[in-house]
Design a protein around this ligand. Structure first.
Ligand code: HEM
Length: 157
């Protein structure tokens, strides 16, 4: 019974290119917001406001005012990474034209989380911060290309 339900859902997902479009758009929009907050953190010199990794000192509770942006950056990264991986999984199965860029985005987001760890642990080493920015830009490029492919597929459907 469960198997029948799963295969019905899988078939329904496969037949609907709007799912790929929705997933890739959500991932791209979240990524854009994460980058916006990241640049704000840098330019307002709040990069060391949350000294721990992966969580800030408040753990899962409400953040203190001094690291609210750092906390938001990290929480949004978790959701963004989930959306990017879901887009890659969906593309691998049902949106082959976007598979390459979506899988590269999934690899880059994992790398970016490790670079984020290094940004914090090296106390903002300039080279590491530069790597964080350039990986973020490459990730956004892959995410945008995935979305544009999904958009083209929806238009041609
Ligand atoms: C999808 C993953 C991520 C993206 C796209 C992203 C993107 C960015 C961007 C664009 C900046 C601004 C860099 C600059 O202006 O030079 C930034 C800053 C920052 N990010 Fe991330 N980030 C991600 C994940 C993380 C993670 C997981 C952490 C750590 C837990 C982290 C910690 C930081 C810190 C501390 C800064 C401020 C650096 C500074 O003050 O110079 N980021 N991020």
């Amino acid at each position: 019974m469960v198997e029948i339900c799963f295969s019905a859902v899988a078939t329904a997902l496969q037949k609907n290119p709007k799912i790929g479009l929705g997933l890739s758009f959500s991932a791209m929009a979240m990524l854009y917001s994460v980058m916006l907050i990241g640049v704000y953190i840098t330019s307002s010199h709040q990069g060391l406001s949350c000294p721990d990794w992966p969580l800030c000192p408040n753990g899962f509770g409400p953040p203190a005012e001094k690291y609210v942006f750092e906390y938001t950056h990290r929480v949004m990264v978790v959701i963004t990474a989930g959306l990017i991986v879901a887009t890659a999984a969906y593309s691998a199965r049902s949106m082959k034209q976007a598979r390459k860029t979506a899988v590269i985005a999934a690899i880059l987001v994992s790398a970016q989380i490790v670079v984020g760890l290094l940004v914090v642990n090296t106390k903002l080493d300039p080279l590491v911060v530069a790597a964080h920015l350039s990986t973020g830009i490459s990730l956004f490029a892959m995410s945008l290309m995935t979305f544009l492919t999904a958009y083209r597929l929806t238009r041609n459907h």
